[in-house]
Design a protein around this ligand. Structure first.
Ligand SMILES: Cc1cc2nc3c(=O)[nH]c(=O)nc-3n(C[C@H](O)[C@H](O)[C@H](O)COP(=O)(O)OP(=O)(O)OC[C@H]3O[C@@H](n4cnc5c(N)ncnc54)[C@H](O)[C@@H]3O)c2cc1C
Length: 289
């Protein structure tokens, strides 16, 4: 492994200055559960690793009237152990609580999951479904990017050299809304999703009709997919088997998987259809309380 400097700044300004100094030869370190594996495999030749865990802003969870802010370095266990998040954002908890085992969840966070940009990232579909936004900093200032536009390909994101993810901002859930995420894995020992589906639904006051929905897919394309036609098909429709089956079929059409050692194209498309139906029903159940 190429020798690199370990830097642990205590402010965002110091961190972005350090990242900018090294360009693409430096990377932020959150939990390290992806970064260290890749560094050891010589995926990059790094001069510096910039540990973000001493930056208070990146290690903070804030939940208030305007929504939830998840610092980029907050580990998964702090997300799913938070009772307010569990009550208001169960879809996020569904993802955070299945990323590896307890040891991984004690280090790894949703920020690292997002920046690693694996098409199978279990934390990402619910963030897309919930219309979350990434807050990004650099020496030139800050910018925001919708999570559905953040990952651009396997291990590729919109982040430019020198940019740092500061937080993930999730809007306050609308009244009568619910969200859910699940993945299919063939056995418990194998943790990379063959297919994953995250769903957000908002119902009307009667709880009998969809007002809006967003459906996001994992592991069935080169990056995460927002299945817009599937979600939009539910708007204004009654909650019943027919509308849910139609949306599930549209989600299946939006999937562009490959055949590999973990599953075939046909199996993955079938999984998307089945899991979408299940997650719409689960999100509806949660929306109805
Ligand atoms: C045994 C094992 C099991 C796993 N199981 C799963 C699983 O079930 N589901 C799943 O989705 N993943 C899984 N993973 C992958 C990994 O744990 C997750 O992707 C995790 O969320 C990464 O978070 P992290 O904090 O460790 O990120 P890190 O490894 O610290 O960082 C990941 C990448 O993001 C970059 N980065 C980190 N923070 C920032 C930032 N603030 N700004 C810009 N770039 C940043 C890093 O430079 C690196 O390229 C597993 C990994 C292992 C080793």
């Amino acid at each position: 492994m190429h020798p690199f400097a370990y830097v642990a700044p205590s402010t965002v300004a110091e961190a972005v200055a350090e990242l900018s100094k090294h360009g693409d030869r430096a990377r932020p370190l959150a939990g390290g559960t992806d970064l260290l594996v890749k560094a050891r495999a010589n995926v990059w030749e790094l001069d510096a690793v910039v540990d973000i865990k001493n930056i208070p802003e990146l290690m903070t969870l804030t939940i208030n009237g305007s929504g939830l802010s998840i610092g980029a370095g907050v580990p998964c266990y702090q997300v799913y152990d938070n009772s307010e998040i569990a009550a208001q954002y169960p879809g996020i908890v569904d993802g955070a609580s299945i990323i590896g085992g307890i040891q991984i969840q004690s280090r790894a966070g949703l920020g690292g999951n997002l920046c690693n940009a694996a098409p199978s990232g279990d934390g990402i579909p619910s963030l897309i479904a919930l219309s979350a936004v990434a807050k990004i900093a650099s020496v030139n200032g800050t910018r925001e990017v919708a999570i559905e536009n953040f990952c651009t390909g396997p291990s590729r994101t919109v982040l430019k050299a020198g940019e740092l993810l500061v937080s993930i901002e999730v809007p306050k859930p609308a009244a009568n809304s619910g969200a859910a995420y699940t993945r299919f894995i063939p056995r418990n020992e194998m943790d990379i999703a063959v297919a994953g589906v995250g769903v957000f639904v908002q119902l009307d006051a009667s709880g009998k009709n969809f007002e809006s929905a967003r459906i996001a897919l994992a592991s069935v394309g080169p990056t995460l997919i927002l299945a817009s036609a599937a979600g939009d098909s539910l708007a204004g429709k009654p909650v019943n088997d027919e509308t849910i089956a139609a949306a599930s079929a549209l989600a299946r059409d939006a999937a562009t998987p490959i055949t590999d050692m973990r599953g075939t194209i046909e199996q993955r498309k079938q999984l998307v259809e089945v899991l979408t139906g299940r997650m719409i029903n689960k999100a509806v159940e949660r929306a109805r309380g």
